[in-house]
Design a protein around this ligand. Structure first.
Ligand code: AMP
Ligand code: MG
Length: 421
């Protein structure tokens, strides 16, 4: 299609295309990092158990290792034959003989011959003898060797985000360094004659560039490395020059210049680079003029060494809330794919609407909102805002309330979908 054609899709259709293309994107290089430096990165190798987990039958309570048959009738009396603590060497632990008990600490290896651990709370001790007031069944309070994983088992797949639990698993199997995917480089190109950088005192008619910074922050949080380019004026030649530079990155995000105005030149200049457009608008608010497409590298766009020959771009509307929302619901998916993450659907939670909403039909809305209340009584209400230029309203909110396109009003108390942020 040419840039003048309109390709405005429903949110769902646009999202479907986004996911379809994200599925064919992947990471490029890998790097070896020390474990904590890898926090938040994407694992580029599978991690296996290097031994059984736990490596020995482990007591999960403080108490006594016993033969469960010895305490079937209560009260029972047993002779204490020793003590095992966490850290006791297995070779030093004597096997348990009938009629005896061995004092156990949580985390300690269970002696051979014992098949249960009695909780200390159900015993009373007098010298070397204990009285048992509650019987215990076979296997109780013991995690058998290998119960959580056998040597060689796959514990973390490549493509897993290294969160604190994954970091814990890697540490548990002795991985002080892990291979992760390189972060994709994401170009951020803000456009607009009125836009000036943050450290320049703006003239009364000028607007400070907030989009490049909020986008860089979103890119960082999603696992990418932002490359902020100079602000592009609403002038074709310079815009084209900066676009060509932007396509040196793995993904290109352009903010502003995608609406229908005379000086909205982004689509036109992308078309001049022979871009293929998948959509040039979505029936959403904020962010309706959002654009998604790709260019083939070659004559107009240099092909970097080891680089793929197709580069994807998003044209995000310049109103700051539109820029933020369209990144979250569209651009982030492709970025995560380039970062090596397995494709994940957008996940919505549900909460009870606190205050009635009156709106217009036709667009799916993602509006800044406040989620509050305890988990089982989650409530949500719209944040007061002045429209999609109102960045501070997003800063005051903690989620986006999603309003389907066919609802004119939603009553207080109804369950509504919420996109967390
Ligand atoms: P546009 O999408 O280019 O029509 O811009 C829509 C609105 O967003 C205008 O009011 C712009 O001034 C504002 N805007 C565009 N780019 C930026 C930016 N980088 N930072 C802050 N506001 C912007
Ligand atoms: Mg503009």
């Amino acid at each position: 299609m040419s840039s003048s054609d309109q390709l405005i899709l429903t949110f769902e259709a646009a999202r479907h295309l986004d996911e379809e293309h994200a599925r064919i994107l992947g990471p490029r290089g890998r790097e070896l990092l020390s474990l904590l430096d890898a926090l938040g990165r994407v694992l580029a190798e599978p991690i296996h158990a290097d031994r059984n987990i736990p490596p020995f039958p482990r007591a999960t309570r403080d108490g006594y290792a016993v033969k469960s048959a010895d305490v079937r009738t209560i009260p029972a009396h047993l002779q204490v034959a020793g003590e095992v603590k966490a850290g006791s060497a297995i070779s030093d632990i004597p096997p348990l003989a009938g009629g005896h008990a061995i004092a156990m600490m949580t985390g300690a290896p269970v002696p051979e011959g014992a098949d249960a651990v009695l909780m200390i709370e159900h015993t009373s001790r007098d010298g070397d003898r204990i009285e048992i007031t509650k019987s215990v069944s076979e296997g109780e309070n013991i995690v058998l060797a290998g119960a959580e994983g056998h040597k060689g088992d796959l514990l973390l797949q490549a493509g897993t985000k290294l969160d604190y639990a994954a970091i814990g698993v890697a540490a548990a199997v002795g991985r002080s360094r892990v291979l992760v995917y390189e972060k994709p480089k994401v170009a951020v190109l803000s456009t607009g004659d009125e836009v000036v950088d943050v450290d320049i005192p703006p003239a009364p008619h000028q607007i400070r560039n907030s989009n490049s910074y909020s986008l860089a922050a979103q890119i960082h949080a999603a696992g990418g490395e932002a490359v902020i380019l100079p602000i592009a004026p609403d002038e074709p030649a310079r815009l084209r020059e900066l676009l060509a530079e932007a396509f040196d990155c793995d993904l290109v995000l352009i903010a502003g210049g995608v609406s229908m105005g005379k000086y909205d030149l982004v689509e036109q200049e992308l078309a001049a680079l022979k871009a293929e457009f998948f959509f040039t608008g979505a029936k959403i608010q904020p962010g309706k003029p959002v654009v998604f497409g790709r260019v083939v590298c070659g004559a107009d766009i240099p092909v970097r060494q080891n680089s793929v020959n197709q580069k994807y771009f998003f044209g995000l509307p310049g109103n700051p809330v539109s820029t933020m929302v369209t990144f979250e619901i569209f651009a982030k998916t492709c970025l995560q794919a380039l970062a090596g993450l397995a494709l994940e659907p957008l996940r919505f939670v549900h909460a009870k609407l606190k205050t009635r909403i009156q709106t217009k039909t036709g667009l799916k809305r993602f509006l800044p909102a406040q989620l509050s209340g305890e988990f089982d009584s989650a409530e949500v209400e719209l944040t007061h805002w002045q429209g999609s230029g109102d960045i501070a309203s997003v800063a005051r909110s903690n989620c986006y309330l999603v309003i389907p396109p066919d609802r004119e009003q939603i009553e207080a108390g109804e369950w509504v979908p919420v996109l967390l942020r």
